[in-house]
Design a protein around this ligand. Structure first.
Ligand SMILES: Nc1ncnc2c1ncn2[C@@H]1O[C@H](COP(=O)(O)OP(=O)(O)OP(=O)(O)O)[C@@H](O)[C@H]1O
Length: 314
């Protein structure tokens, strides 16, 4: 049974391509109304395939997807207008103007014309001055903006962004994230895939990780970072060390900065479990008469957590 706050419910989704390749294997995932969910995974993990199925571009070979309780295949006509997709590439008529392309997009979803909305979208994306330009005359970054404008033209409640910031400049990236935040404030549910993990770290409420066609993890970002994160304590030594003192051998230690820094790595979970960890380490450090001038602690980033999750066994 799906929960009340679920907007998209994916159940046992399978996709086997014609060549026999199995790109999704019984994927189940609930997307919550109003959240920003970041879908992370290495190249070829199945992210675009999953988005393609939910947005109606691809057929699944098994499983179901419901949006607001309606089946995406059976109730496609009702569901399509609720969904927007910013794909990786622009497939559109190069000779059309920005205004015509974006207005036409809205019509495709059966929504009545709304020039005021189209104007707002174009202004928000700094495309207003270019509204009469033909698409072929636009720079790559401007074309990206058109893709987003098209996806927003029919005021979708759910927006999928597939690698929206791959290869875009800093300015456009910042504009996009401002826009995504504003959409979320207006209640739009957002699912994004990205290779820039710091973006997911910045933007997402929850993180789903997909690898080899399977969801390997779905978690609140904050919980994920707390549970899987490792912490490091950097101890700046008054005198450099040549080797780790044997009396500290029980701790996971390394030397950095030409022996001037002793790095103690510990698991935040262990620390919560209260197995002694850092307190014991500091006590032993004191007993060993190693003098230090400073202590700094550092948490692992989502990037480090992610790399650990999807790394292939050696
Ligand atoms: N039409 C197709 N026929 C056969 N295999 C396909 C087809 N489309 C995609 N695949 C394969 O399915 C797997 C998943 O592809 P998908 O594009 O969903 O991955 P992705 O996670 O979006 O990757 P990326 O980050 O590179 O965009 C890949 O191994 C890909 O080669």
């Amino acid at each position: 049974m799906e929960k009340a706050d679920t907007i998209v419910s994916i159940r046992d989704l399978d996709k086997t391509y014609k060549n026999g390749f199995s790109a999704l294997k019984r994927v189940s995932l609930d997307i919550r109304r109003g959240e920003i969910l970041a879908l992370l995974g290495p190249n070829g993990a199945g992210k675009t395939t999953m988005i393609g199925i939910v947005t109606g571009l691809l057929n699944a070979t098994g499983g179901t997807v419901t949006v607001d309780g309606m089946d995406i295949v059976r109730d496609a006509r009702k569901i399509r207008p609720r969904i927007g997709l910013v794909p990786q590439e622009l497939y559109t008529d190069a000779f059309e103007t920005v205004w015509a392309t974006v207005s036409f997009s809205r019509g495709l979803f059966g929504k009545p014309a709304n020039p005021a909305h189209i104007e707002k979208v174009l202004r928000d994306l700094s495309l207003w001055d270019k509204r009469n330009n033909k698409l072929l005359s636009l720079s790559g970054g401007m074309k990206r903006r058109v893709l987003i404008a098209k996806a927003l033209s029919h005021e979708p409640a759910i927006l999928f962004l597939d690698e929206p910031t791959a290869g875009v400049d800093v300015e456009l990236r910042h504009d996009m994230w401002r826009m995504v935040r504003r959409l979320r404030e207006n209640g739009v549910t957002i699912i994004l895939t990205t290779h820039y993990i710091e973006e997911a770290e910045d933007m997402a409420d929850r993180i789903a990780v997909i690898n080899h066609g399977e969801i390997v993890l779905v978690e609140e970002k904050a919980t994920l970072m707390r549970q899987l994160g490792k912490k490091e304590l950097h101890v700046q030594l008054s005198m450099p060390l040549m080797f780790i003192p044997p009396e500290l051998a029980e701790f996971q230690l390394s030397l950095a900065d030409e022996g001037k820094t002793l790095v103690y790595t510990y698991d935040t979970r262990q620390e919560q479990g209260g197995s002694g960890g850092i307190a014991l380490f500091l006590k032993r450090l004191g007993q060993s008469q190693i003098e230090f001038s400073d202590l700094k602690s550092k948490e692992s980033s989502l990037e480090e957590i992610f790399v650990n999750l999807v790394k292939e066994p050696a």
